[in-house]
Write a protein that binds this ligand. Structure first.
Ligand code: ADP
Ligand code: SF4
Length: 680
């Protein structure tokens, strides 16, 4: 039963000619599946509807080959032959009584057409985005007329595919309609350039065309960036952003509001907290009588209710919270708040899209596996017999494995050598900016503590010698990994030569409370978040910090989680010295000797402490010892103890082990291959 204070979230909302069954709105989000993996996509979207999302939208859907987003796997609706793919999704969403929305896009200056090889079209003769060496052609009037027809045709096809909401998209810097709007991109002198009214003309025309084409049965939504967070150089909510909303206020049936670019819209928890877009959403809401959907990594039902009651928005928009927990709405409805798997705001989901690979999620290991492995976020096959299982280690891999196996009905005993659970995720969540990551542990531990078939023993180190005392036939080892202190890593297999004049620490040392002395040099060949957050930690402890890396940027890989720019700016603004393009060579006489990756020219940097953020060693000695000690019925090695990686990988590894446990021929390598839609 619904707690009455959340009833407001389950009110219906009329959106033009259609009605959303509640206020939970999965806004368009990329997923790396798109037109290439349509069955996977449809199943994933359908599960969101099953979990209570009243509206479930697509990702960007290309409307024409002259705006093809290759290599990214987005939706495609170039002609009628693409309808079948999308019909799979609308059927899956409608099966649960939800509405299906489609985000039509013509990328303009953001499109490179690697597949179609057609020229890119935009408002102006200008370079395309992303550093690709190619320019777009400025559209003439005939091109504009054709573009409007492409949008109209795509809207009609969307209706044929069964969509209830059709988007006109002008957000994230990814749509030609936004490029026309922006003074930065549009220097035309005809009626489509110059004044704001002129620059907004194409957007208005497409919006009206779409309404005329499908507005009798489909709602028409406008997704727009009300601020680009570029100050005077971009659209600002305090200026043209508001003027555009006022100009078009009552034309769309729904406003889907965000800030651009994607880096600003999908900020990680390291840089923003829940509801961070409130001021922008609220502002748009004050300018229109039409329903407004806004986002902000909402996972707390109290925050959601508050936003609605305070008139910030009408519909709770979510991409990431719906990925981490496709059943979030139903859990609120059924008063199961403590079972919500809250998004941790890490953007690993985004990184998959950036790799053009099917989506994955740190919190939800079933994400992207719904069709190909038949995994469901809330249901799992029952146990095959009355086996009891010992799981060694309570990090993300062990906790996820235990949770999934306990849900299957097995009796589980967990042994943890420390006095607390959580492994790396507990330690890392205590580092600056990562507190929300603790949710990975909290969600699982909370569930396990309430299950009668689970026991957790702390301060219980399992060794090859004492293993027999536990008396288990089934053993899963999730003992994690240890950061190396010998300098070996991605950018060099050789061990660091040192005369011992500088103290060497690892991330494990710092996370376990060892304090660095004096000036600290952090050497990063991991390239993800660790070195950057440790720099912050050392600054907080009062040390001066130098960040050194063979990469030419700080925390290079975080480009994929949309954080790189923010991380580098933050460290530079806090006074961290950067020493980029440097390979660590040796330690001599209280100095770190490094060599330029391009010229090999040597430099020396003085410091008292060197922190090596390089590579980890799997803690697999228990496993390798028992591997030879038969008879065990089943034994497995999972998570970082198998191969160190990101937390998402450890969670997935734990879940995969739980899924195959008890199978006659357990085989983790087998999954269905989505070979596309075949109308025949
Ligand atoms: P993962 O990411 O693979 O889950 P973690 O490093 O986060 O790995 O967690 C491993 C956990 O296992 C830690 O909590 C650690 O204390 C625990 N652990 C490691 N070795 C043993 C052992 N021999 N017996 C019991 N617990 C162990
Ligand atoms: Fe949230 Fe991270 Fe999952 Fe993305 S990957 S939905 S940010 S928990």
């Amino acid at each position: 039963m619904t707690s009455s204070r959340y009833d407001i979230l389950f009110e219906k909302v009329k959106i033009g000619p259609v009605t959303a069954p509640n206020r939970f709105y999965q806004v368009p989000h990329c997923n790396g599946m798109g037109h290439r993996f349509p069955r996977s996509l449809a199943k994933m979207r359908g599960i969101k509807a099953e979990g209570g999302w009243g509206v479930v939208c697509t990702e960007e859907v290309e409307i024409h080959p002259s705006s093809d987003i290759t290599p990214y796997n987005q939706g495609r609706l170039w002609d009628d032959s693409d309808i079948g793919n999308l019909r799979l999704m609308t059927d899956a969403v409608h099966e649960h009584g939800s509405l299906a929305g489609i985000e039509l896009v013509y990328q303009g200056l953001a499109g490179k057409n690697h597949y179609s090889r057609l020229p890119t079209l935009g408002p102006t003769h200008a370079s395309v985005a992303g550093g690709y060496p190619m320019q777009a052609r400025a559209m003439n009037k005939r091109d504009i007329k054709e573009l409007r027809k492409w949008y109209r045709d795509a809207a009609i096809r969307s209706k044929k595919a069964g969509f209830d909401i059709v988007y006109t998209y002008a957000g994230h810097g990814l749509s030609v309609l936004m490029h026309f709007l922006s003074r930065q991109h549009n220097d035309r002198t005809d009626e489509y350039g110059g004044s704001l009214e002129n620059r907004a003309r194409l957007l208005k025309e497409v919006l009206i065309d779409t309404k005329e084409a499908v507005g009798d049965t489909c709602a028409v939504a406008l997704r727009i960036a009300v601020d680009e967070l570029l100050g005077k150089n971009g659209i600002q909510a305090s200026g043209e952003g508001s003027d555009i909303i006022e100009m078009l206020a009552e034309i769309p049936d729904l406003w889907d509001v965000n800030v651009s670019s994607w880096e600003n819209d999908s900020q990680t928890s390291r840089f923003s907290s829940e509801g961070f877009q409130e001021q922008y959403t609220k502002h748009v809401k004050s300018l229109t009588s039409k329903p407004v959907v806004g986002v902000g990594r909402f996972t707390s039902p109290d925050t959601m209710v508050s936003q609605i009651k305070r008139g910030v928005l009408d519909l709770i928009g979510a991409a990431r919270p719906s990925i981490a927990d496709p059943f979030l709405p139903n859990k609120i409805k059924n008063d199961k708040l403590d079972t919500i798997r809250e998004c941790i705001g890490c953007n690993i989901c985004v990184s998959s899209d950036n790799y053009a690979a099917p989506i994955r999620c740190t919190q939800n290991p079933t994400m992207g596996e719904e069709w190909r492995r038949d995994w469901h976020p809330e249901k799992i096959k029952p146990k095959h017999d009355d086996a009891s299982i010992l799981i060694v280690g309570t990090g993300p891999a062990g906790l996820e494995c235990a949770h999934a196996l306990a849900n299957r009905g097995y009796d589980i005993v967990m042994a943890e050598k420390k006095s607390v659970a959580g492994g790396r995720v507990l330690l890392e969540s205590r580092l600056p900016g990562l507190s929300e990551w603790k949710r990975v542990m909290d969600y699982r531990l909370n569930a396990l503590q309430q299950m009668p078939n689970v026991e957790i023993y702390y301060e219980s180190e399992v060794t090859p010698e004492n293993l027999d005392e536990f008396g288990f036939e089934n053993i899963i080892v999730a003992t994690g990994s240890t950061w190396k202190n010998n300098g070996q890593g991605r950018d060099g297999r050789q061990e660091l030569k040192t005369d011992g004049s500088i103290k060497i620490l690892t991330p494990d040392d710092l996370m376990n409370g060892v304090e660095p002395e004096g000036e600290v040099l952090i050497y990063d060949t991991d390239h993800y978040y660790m070195a950057g957050v440790l720099a912050n930690k050392c600054l907080d402890l009062g040390n001066q910090v130098t960040y050194m890396s063979p990469a030419n940027r700080v925390s290079d890989w975080t480009e994929n989680t949309l954080e790189q720019q923010r991380i580098q700016s933050q460290l530079m603004n806090k006074g961290v010295k950067l020493s980029l393009n440097q390979n660590l060579l040796e330690i001599i006489d209280k100095q770190v000797v490094s060599g330029c990756v391009y010229s090999s020219m040597e430099s020396r940097t003085s410091c008292k402490t060197l922190v090596l953020v390089t590579e980890r060693t799997p803690n697999d000695s228990l496993y390798t010892a028992i591997e030879s000690q038969q008879p065990f019925k089943h034994f497995a090695l999972i998570g970082d103890a198998y191969a160190p990686g990101i937390i998402a990988q450890a969670v997935h590894s734990g879940h995969l082990e739980a899924q195959v446990f008890g199978d006659k021929n357990p085989n983790k390598n087998v999954f269905k291959r989505d070979k596309g839609y075949n109308p025949a």
